[in-house]
Every structure is written in structure tokens, then in C-alpha cells.
Design a binder for this molecule. Structure first.
Ligand code: ATP
Ligand code: MG
Length: 503
């Protein structure tokens, strides 16, 4: 058996008849089916020209076939590169040119539009539709189910995953078989995952969260998942009585709380609710616990590293924290200017090291050298602190830090105070260019329906809670905060929109 994640997966299958994936459309795939179908697909990919080390880019709808495509690609020694289905032709051109995949798989409806870009990048184009049809499916159906998995070493690439592009242009993170396997096994252990688990899988599969955390952990545990094409709160509630785990972004939990049917009884058979990808508000954590009796387990990770930190399965899950470093992960908090450790409890840059940390950015050696230290620590770009209990608190991204009149203002601290004000749903605090202060602290607030939109009252309340330099110069009201598919607030869009406020 090699270090290929597929070898680790096939080696861990205890019962080929056990259910692996179910869909709402009535598909039911056992682990034996996964072996056979990924074998067929791998045979097709090799016939189509995929060689070990080649990239396979896929911009396809969520389906069991898309998961099989991932498994088949790594089985054939290829490097899987999933892309957000929302990307436009112009964006796709950037990714295809940058990654130079040997094969590009897209939805049949986009073949015409993307064909030229794929060809220019040297990729052969094939199709896979949301129901598992398309030219790739036809090619796979013609081949046999036996396929000898290509041996891979721990350090060989398994995936090229682009970051979400929240702080700038997306970067391709090179992830190895060792990165993926080690993280999946660590999380299986940490979250007590086992063959009897049934996951509600409602996340997209073009990010770490849905593809690696959800899919790898489930399959390497011999557990099963119910694959939902998209997030649908009513459907999730209906599934809960026969499932055990839900993985979601914070927005899932906020939206589920709007469902009258969310009760202790409805969640009685569930053993674990996990949240990540963006900060979970303490208020959401508290309301969830009141309604369901479950404490949401929040964890922290990113494209470049998979998961680094998690609240405990057994032990206290503390709202507003992401828990403690996972086994095998070293975490330090450093002064961004000097790179030296900060004194205990102080805020600084979060750096992580471990078998989960990627190999570097694809074709960006300078960027890699800037963010990945020679001693193995990756500079995450997130600011945080370790509290007296050893739990990590994230205070925001380094790029969102506001420097106003020479003072550092951490947006999270101000947001937490604003969010606690009655009538406020949520807020985003940003720095905007200001002639005197350099940057002016500015609050963008979503008010509850019917609540007064009183900026002066908000500032007056904050005056009793925050030092003067942290107070927003202005409070702006919006209907909702801009978010990407993973529920991350896009502060750069807010900064652009209000850039001229103090001009
Ligand atoms: P880019 O790197 O292109 O700007 P991105 O950092 O949003 O985009 P991802 O790798 O998808 O791309 O997201 C990782 C980031 O998500 C982390 O660095 C962190 O800022 C945020 N994040 C993940 N989990 C949490 C969490 N539990 N709490 C707060 N932030 C989180
Ligand atoms: Mg990032």
C-alpha cells in the first residue's frame, strides 16, 4: 500500500456493502460501488491522457459523480483541482492558464464558452452534468472497474486548491497526499468519527470544508453521507432524525435557527454540530444550545493547511473560541513586525506547523517564501491570541486590522460590542481612508426589521464600553452584509463601496 490517499481509503474499508453516499435523487452508493466506479473513471482518465502529476480541473455541480471524479483523479496519480461553479469565463481563464491542467471537466452548458480557454491552456475538455451524464460519464461507462491505484508518496501532490480570494486574488495551494491523509485521520480521532456516523453534507465540494473535512473524514471513517446539492434548512431538519453529524458554515446555523421545527426533539439523534470557514457569533452558539441542547463545535482551518485548531469533542466548547491546536499541530502567536513570539495572552499573528501544512503556492515562489518559514511555520494572515485556558481566539485578519491615529483597532472587538446592542443583527467594522487619522473606524450595521436605525444611539452606547480611539466615526446601515459562498463577510467590497466617505 502506498501513501496515496485512495490506498489509505481502500485499505480502511471494513465492509464493502456498507453505505457510503446517498442523495436526495435516490442514489445509494456502497463502498464497493465507490471502488468500482472510481476504477472505471480512473481508467477513462488514463485513456484520455492523464499522467501521474497532471492536474485535472473540474468546474462541476455537486453530485456523487463529482466525488467519484475526485477519487478517480487521485487514484490515477493526478492532482485534483476543483473550481467554484460561480466563476465566470474570465475567472476560469485565469485558473486554467495558471494551473495548466491536462484535463478540464465542466458542465455541458459551459463547454462552448470555456472551450477556447481550455484549449489555450493545453487541456482536453470533457463534460459532466449535475445528473452524472456527459462525455466523461460516457467514457467511464465503457471501461472496466479494475484499476491498480498509482503509488504515491506522502510528499506527492494530491490537490491544487485555490484559496477563496477574500483578501486578494486566489492562490493555488499545493496539497500533498500526506497533508490530506494526516488531517483526515486526526479529525476522525478528534471528533470520535466512526462507521455508524451519517453526515448531512450540504456544503459545496470545491473548498477544503466540503471536499476534505467533510468527504475525507467521512470516507476514511467508513461512515456515510447524505449529499445535498445545496443548503436547504427544511430538508436538513427533516433528515436529522436519521443522521448524526452536520458540518456547516455559520450561516447554516443562523438560518436553521429561523426554522420553528428546530427543537431538542428534532436534534435528539444528532451527536455533533460542527462550524467553520468563518467566525460563529457567540450569540448563535448560545441560541443553538438553548434550542437544541447541543454546543456547536467550532474549528479553524484554511485552504493552505486543512484544519489546525478545534474545540474539544469531550470537554468544554467555548463560544467565541476555535479551541486548541489539534494533535501534531504547533501553533505560535508572533509579532507581525519581528516574527518573535508575543508574551502569553497577547494578540499577534497566528502561525502553524504540522503534517497538514501545504507545500507552497503553485508557481508563486516569492509568495511561498514570504508566508512559509524555513522552519515549517506557515504565517496564516489571521490575528489571534491564546487565552488563559489555552483556547485560541481569532480576532480577524491581519489585512482587516485598522490603524487609526496610530492605534491598532481590532474590528472583532468593536463588532462584538455592536452586536450585543438590542436591535442589531450583525455588523462589520472596517477602516476607511481618512485625512487625519489615516484610517477611520467605521461600522456597517444590519438592524433587525422594525428596529430604529439610530447611529448616534449606537455610538453613545459604545462610548461606555470602548476606548475613544476604537469608537466608530460613523455608523452606516445596510440591508445585509456581502458574503461569499462560504459565508465569509467580504470586507473588501464594503471598503470599496464606502471608500470616499471621509474624503
Ligand atoms: P484568501 O486567502 O484568498 O484571501 P480565504 O483566506 O478566505 O481567501 P480560505 O482558505 O477559504 O480562503 O479561508 C480560510 C480563512 O477563513 C482563514 O484564514 C480564516 O480567516 C477564516 N476562518 C476559517 N475558519 C474560521 C473560524 N472558525 N473563525 C474565524 N475565521 C475562520
Ligand atoms: Mg487565506
Amino acid at each position: 500500500m502506498s501513501d496515496n490517499i485512495f490506498d489509505v481509503l481502500s485499505g480502511s474499508i471494513a465492509d464493502e456493502a456498507a453505505m457510503a453516499i446517498e442523495t436526495d435523487a435516490g442514489q445509494r452508493l456502497s463502498y464497493g460501488d465507490l471502488l468500482a466506479l472510481s476504477g472505471q473513471m480512473a481508467n477513462a482518465l488514463v485513456e484520455l491522457g492523464l499522467r501521474p502529476g497532471d492536474r485535472l480541473a473540474a468546474q462541476v455541480e455537486k453530485s456523487t459523480e463529482a466525488i467519484i471524479l475526485y477519487l478517480a483523479t487521485v487514484r490515477a496519480g493526478g492532482v485534483f483541482l476543483p473550481l467554484n461553479t460561480a466563476y465566470t469565463a474570465a475567472e476560469m481563464q485565469y485558473f486554467l492558464t495558471d494551473a495548466e491542467p491536462a484535463i478540464f471537466v465542466c458542465d455541458p452548458t459551459r463547454q462552448g464558452e470555456l472551450g477556447a480557454a481550455a484549449k489555450a491552456a493545453g487541456a482536453r475538455i470533457l463534460t459532466l452534468d449535475a445528473n452524472g451524464g456527459g462525455s466523461l460519464a460516457v467514457a467511464a461507462a465503457r471501461t472496466g472497474t479494475d484499476f491498480a491505484t498509482i503509488a504515491r508518496e506522502r510528499d506527492d501532490l494530491a490537490a491544487l486548491l485555490y484559496t477563496s480570494g477574500t483578501t486578494g486574488r486566489s492562490k493555488g495551494a499545493m496539497l500533498t497526499h500526506g497533508n490530506l491523509v494526516s488531517n483526515a485521520l486526526t479529525l476522525r480521532e478528534a471528533w470520535h468519527y466512526g462507521p455508524s456516523d451519517i453526515l448531512i453534507h450540504a456544503l459545496p465540494i470545491f473548498h477544503t470544508h466540503g471536499l476534505f473535512v467533510a468527504t475525507n473524514v467521512t470516507l476514511l471513517s467508513g461512515a456515510s453521507m447524505i449529499l445535498l446539492r445545496k443548503f436547504d434548512p427544511a430538508r436538513i431538519l427533516a433528515l436529522m432524525p436519521r443522521t448524526s453529524v452536520l458540518m456547516g458554515v455559520p450561516t447554516f446555523y443562523v438560518r436553521l435557527l429561523d426554522e420553528a421545527g428546530l427543537t431538542r426533539e428534532a436534534a435528539a439523534s444528532m451527536r455533533l454540530f460542527i462550524s467553520g470557514s468563518a467566525p460563529l457569533l457567540e450569540d448563535t452558539h448560545r441560541r443553538w444550545q438553548e434550542r437544541t441542547g447541543h454546543a456547536i463545535l467550532e474549528r479553524y482551518g484554511m485552504t493552505e493547511t486543512n484544519m489546525n485548531v478545534s474545540n474539544p469533542y469531550i470537554g468544554e466548547r467555548i463560544a467565541g473560541t476555535v479551541g486548541q491546536p489539534l494533535p501534531g499541530v504547533d501553533l505560535r502567536i508572533t509579532d507581525p513586525a519581528t516574527g518573535e513570539d508575543v508574551p502569553a495572552g497577547e494578540i499577534g499573528m497566528i502561525e502553524v506547523r504540522g503534517p497538514n501544512v501545504f507545500k507552497g503556492y503553485w508557481r508563486m515562489p516569492e509568495k511561498t517564501a514570504e508566508e512559509l518559514r524555513a522552519n515549517g511555520f506557515f504565517i496564516t494572515g489571521d490575528l489571534g491570541r491564546i487565552d488563559e485556558r489555552g483556547y485560541v481566539q481569532i480576532v480577524g485578519r491581519g489585512k482587516d486590522l485598522i490603524i487609526s491615529g496610530g492605534f491598532n483597532v481590532y474590528p472583532k472587538e468593536v463588532e462584538a460590542e455592536i452586536d450585543a446592542i438590542p436591535g442589531v443583527v450583525e455588523s462589520a467594522v472596517i477602516g476607511l481612508p481618512h485625512h487625519d487619522f489615516g484610517e477611520a473606524v467605521t461600522a456597517v450595521v444590519v438592524a433587525e426589521a422594525g428596529a430604529a436605525r439610530d447611529d448616534a444611539a449606537i455610538i453613545a452606547m459604545l462610548q461606555q464600553r470602548l476606548a475613544r480611539f476604537k469608537l466608530p466615526k460613523q455608523v452606516l446601515f445596510v440591508e445585509s452584509l456581502p458574503r461569499n459562498t462560504m459565508g465569509k463577510v467580504q470586507k473588501n467590497l464594503l471598503r470599496d463601496r464606502f471608500a470616499g466617505l471621509y474624503a
